[in-house]
Ligand binder design. Sequence first.
Ligand SMILES: C[S@@+](CC[C@H](N)C(=O)[O-])C[C@H]1O[C@@H](n2cnc3c(N)ncnc32)[C@H](O)[C@@H]1O
Length: 238
Amino acid sequence: MEGQICLFTTRAGIPVTNITKMADEKALSYIEASPQEDASAYGANYGAHREGMTKEEVAEYYSKWGYSGKYEEDLCPERYNGPKYGAEALVEAYPGNRESIHILDIAAGTGFLGEELHKRGFKKSTRIQLKACLQWQEKRTLPVENDTYDCTIIAGGMGEGHIPCVALHEMIRITKPGGLVVIVMREEYLDYVKEYKDRLEVLMQELEDAGKWESVSRVIVPNYSFDNNGVIFKYRVC
Ligand SMILES: C[S@@+](CC[C@H](N)C(=O)[O-])C[C@H]1O[C@@H](n2cnc3c(N)ncnc32)[C@H](O)[C@@H]1O
């Protein structure tokens, strides 16, 4: 295929193509330098984030990856620390009374974040899966009442063809005033992913300027996903 590189076939059986520029080079150098298991896991994850992927392709990819039985092994804690970082961010925000904090875990996947939250004393979390979330791209609303949750959180749900910027409006709408919105994502997606580049943080700021929420923190963390940094955004809804 002209203009495309096929680096490898993922465990889900999907050839990884359309890999471009920086992301391509990073993937290659990680794969070359890593043991086979890690390289293969990196490739499987990369397959969910190929440039130009549509939301339907992303959904299908996760579904196949999940059914292949390898998703949880590929994104085990040593390789993917989003759930741990997400849970720790909430521990910091809620030093006590964790049992009653009602959390919406958006893009919950197989529930890694819920498990980490439960270990840390949070007992009330609700998962929302891709199928429900896809509505916010079409209808721009989730089937959830206003001011429902104490906290809404996304860990690992941002990326190419993943959760769009418009989701921020919905997260604010369904979070109670005074509640928290937390987004844990790979730092470099702020630059790689067209949907977010010069848009996501601009929108975050616009929402703050409009008095919808206020920033609590923006923290860069190491080894969020494989050897990549993560960024954790924490906002308090006004
Ligand atoms: C890397 S997994 C993270 C799963 C989970 N949050 C965790 O940390 O273990 C990314 C998840 O994002 C979901 N996802 C992708 N696009 C989405 C969208 N537009 N809306 C909601 N979820 C989406 C996928 O279905 C997948 O479960």
